[in-house]
Write a protein that binds this ligand. Structure first.
Ligand SMILES: *[C@@H]1O[C@H](CO)[C@@H](O)[C@H](O)[C@H]1NC(C)=O
Ligand SMILES: *[C@@H]1O[C@H](CO)[C@@H](O)[C@H](O)[C@H]1NC(C)=O
Ligand SMILES: *[C@@H]1O[C@H](CO)[C@@H](O)[C@H](O)[C@H]1NC(C)=O
Ligand SMILES: *[C@@H]1O[C@H](CO)[C@@H](O)[C@H](O)[C@H]1NC(C)=O
Ligand SMILES: *[C@@H]1O[C@H](CO)[C@@H](O)[C@H](O)[C@H]1NC(C)=O
Ligand SMILES: *[C@@H]1O[C@H](CO)[C@@H](O)[C@H](O)[C@H]1NC(C)=O
Length: 405
């Protein structure tokens, strides 16, 4: 009898969707649906082709590319469809319906194939009356839509914020009051579904997002230019402490491969998103990747930083003698803890030059000689400092072993 009660209790405890944590000195209930222990890795069609990428054939071609390019084996698992996959009207029972021209065999036939390849499938919805593109929103249909997603085998749900107030993007209320409705629907849907909150960084979402979603956008949409990449990263440095296993700041989808960023800027974009522990969701045609871009996104050292089980995000530190970070412009010096070391990021933010770091300035290190590796150049050494010649907007990503040699 006692053991039965004990087993029943254990079952309740292990099924509990929340767990306590004491981040920032106060007790928070963090969502614990078993997902997003490390930041998500995958692709989303929006930056590639907006509505035109929301088709079965694009999803399947992307999935095949993940396998053939070796990206699946490196952890890129999520194949995520964005807005415009649905028909404009729900069916007579109020269910979402895939657009038959884009999904001739429905969604489930595609998720089944994607699962057979060892990958995961994501879809997109909206907390308001309509999605941003004018397709049915989930407002008032949250429970039904969660069940529909589960029945299709969907693994990831990006949830946008259009038409929740009177117009396109003026949310009607504090988003913290209605995002939990969809969280609860997904938790009760019968399938573990990653909850990707896309409310554009409103209402200090980083403070409460960890109790609602597996990731939360912390800014407006990323644009395809360096200024946008740099300003999002600068803001991320100010909210790094809110990232933890199960819930991460989402710096938005990648612009690598979209023709506007230089090679240096692609390296910095990828390196910053990795050390900030943002989801890395590629946003380009994966069947047409340049070799130079593919080389960046397959960097095993940087992926190991991104997927480090400690799940803490790097932020800026001020070396002695350097100007202080401003918070609104990108700062050259970043560092953060890893389960087995320290990561340092150096970014040539406004000019090419020699960028160096004295390890004694880095939080978590100190006086002494340390062994380190830089992952874009492959350089390794022991020493009290490290120095790199970087072109404009290039980045060095250095992992340092905390034990002095
Ligand atoms: C919205 O609610 C959250 C959680 O209670 C709170 O932290 C935040 O400050 C609110 N935002 C606004 C703009 O009122
Ligand atoms: C970096 O330092 C090296 C070695 O001192 C020097 O040759 C090079 O010109 C420097 N590069 C820049 C961009 O200042
Ligand atoms: C590292 O320390 C040396 C002196 O020990 C100093 O000249 C140099 O500016 C420091 N470099 C950085 C990046 O702080
Ligand atoms: C490193 O050594 C300097 C000079 O001896 C000392 O002032 C500083 O506090 C030391 N830093 C650490 C982190 O031990
Ligand atoms: C760093 O020092 C360690 C311990 O002495 C040594 O095993 C290692 O080979 C050195 N690494 C480099 C890159 O010099
Ligand atoms: C760090 O250095 C220690 C001592 O040399 C070594 O045992 C350990 O394996 C190193 N860790 C990593 C991650 O390289």
């Amino acid at each position: 009898m006692i053991s039965k009660i004990f087993i029943a209790l254990l079952a309740i405890v292990s099924a509990a969707p929340f767990r306590d944590s004491y981040e920032n000195g106060r007790l928070e209930k963090r969502l614990d649906n078993g997902l997003g222990k490390t930041p998500a890795l995958g692709w989303n069609g929006w930056n590639q082709g907006q509505c035109n990428a929301a088709t079965a054939s694009t999803a399947l071609n992307t999935a095949k590319a993940f396998v053939s390019l070796g990206l699946k084996d490196l952890g890129y698992l999520y194949v995520n469809i964005d807005d415009c996959w649905a028909s404009k009207a729900r069916d007579s029972a109020g269910n979402l319906v895939p657009d038959p021209a884009k999904w001739p065999n429905g969604i489930k036939a595609v998720t089944d194939q994607i699962h057979d390849m060892g990958l995961k499938m994501g879809l997109y919805g909206d907390a308001g009356r309509e999605t941003c593109g004018g397709y049915p929103g989930s407002q008032g249909h949250e429970v039904q839509d969660g069940k529909t997603l589960a029945s299709w085998g969907v693994d990831y749900w990006k949830y946008d914020n259009c038409y929740t107030g009177t117009g396109f993007n003026n949310a009607g209320a504090n988003t913290s009051t209605y995002y939990p409705t969809m969280r609860d629907s997904l938790l009760n849907s019968g399938r573990p579904i990653f909850f990707s909150m896309c409310q554009w960084g409103r209402d200090n979402v980083w403070i409460w997002g960890g109790s609602v979603g597996n990731s939360w956008r912390m800014s407006d949409d990323i644009q395809n230019n360096w200024g946008s990449v740099a300003s999002i990263a600068a803001k991320a440095a100010t909210i790094a402490q809110y990232a933890a296993p199960g819930g991460f700041n989402d710096l938005d989808m990648m612009q690598l491969g979209n023709g506007k960023l230089s090679g240096n800027e692609e390296r910095a974009h990828f390196g910053l998103w990795a050390i900030a522990k943002s989801p890395i969701i590629m946003g380009t045609d994966m069947t047409k990747l340049a070799t130079s871009t593919l080389e960046i996104i397959k960097n095993k050292g940087i992926l190991s930083i991104h997927q480090d089980p400690l799940g803490k995000a790097a932020t800026t530190f001020q070396p002695s003698g350097a100007a202080a970070p401003s918070g609104s412009s990108l700062y050259p010096y970043w560092a953060g803890p890893l389960s087995d070391g320290i990561v340092i990021g150096l970014i040539a933010v406004d000019k090419a030059g020699n960028y160096s770091v004295n390890f004694s300035d880095v939080p978590g290190l100190g006086n002494g000689s340390f062994s380190w590796a830089e992952f874009y150049s492959g350089k390794t050494a022991n020493g009290t400092s490290a120095s790199f010649e970087l072109g404009l907007h290039d980045m060095a990503v250095i992992k340092v072993n905390k034990s002095a040699v």
